[in-house]
Design a protein around this ligand. Structure first.
Ligand code: SF4
Length: 228
């Protein structure tokens, strides 16, 4: 993997950006390079220098997690942004979504998934003195911005750190996102991230202390694969 900065990088179409009240510093929950390329370009253009927080224990299997993580690290370095990679602690994520395995995308499992990821982000922001946090989770047209925002505001409520609910699709960022995916030649992801989105909701995880297995297809998910 070797990313090269496209020659036209830096000219965001989102020329107007109003900072939230009291803005001093920003922690951004990032899920992958394709979702955040156009947003990071926008930050560069507006002289915002965020720290990127790659907290995504939902991503399965470990090899997929590492691919997305490593590309995000490479992009962060290329753009000169600080980044934080918290522990890949998937067991508690599986426990949190237990019973929601058959939910469709945009359903209740995704609400739990977003809320968990954004609450951990907000907790880190609080501990390390960031004035605001935001996320690139709603940049994809497959995601429900209202659902992501509800998770962001729940995390704000839990921690007291303000959630910046800017719409990172507006101002031409969706078109720019797809241009940059092509220009950077980012890794082509085929599913949202979790095992359920990977297998079209056919997996049902049975979580024990030592193993996670699918009770439908009997696939064993080795604890070492999921960081448990
Ligand atoms: S489909 Fe995506 S957002 Fe929903 S639970 Fe799975 S990884 Fe999380």
């Amino acid at each position: 993997m070797s990313l090269i900065l496209p020659p036209d990088f830096g000219q965001t179409p989102k020329q107007k950006l109003v900072l939230p009240e009291g803005f001093k510093s920003l922690l951004v929950q990032v899920c992958c390079a394709p979702c955040c390329g156009a947003v990071l370009e926008c930050f560069k253009y507006h002289n915002i220098n965020p720290t990127l927080f790659f907290y995504n224990p939902n991503i399965h299997p470990r090899a997929e997690y590492e691919k997305r993580r490593d590309e995000l690290i490479e992009l962060s370095k290329l753009l000169g942004f600080a980044y934080v990679i918290p522990e890949y602690e998937t067991k508690s994520w599986f426990e949190a979504v237990k019973g929601l395995e058959h939910e469709p995308e945009r359903g209740k499992r995704c609400t739990v998934c977003f809320t968990r990821r954004l609450t951990v982000t907000a907790q880190y922001a609080k501990k390390h003195g960031f004035s605001h946090f935001t996320t690139t989770l709603a940049t994809s047209r497959w995601k429900d911005k209202k659902q992501v925002d509800a998770a962001g505001f729940a995390a704000q409520e839990a921690t007291g750190v303000p959630y910046w609910s800017e719409d990172w699709r507006k101002g031409g960022l969706v078109t720019r996102r797809y241009q940059l995916v092509k220009e950077f030649n980012f890794y082509n992801q085929l599913y949202c991230g979790c095992v359920y989105s990977q297998q079209n909701n056919t997996h049902v995880a049975h979580v024990t202390d030592t193993a996670i297995a699918c009770t439908n297809c009997k696939t064993n998910i080795a604890p070492s694969d999921i960081g448990a």
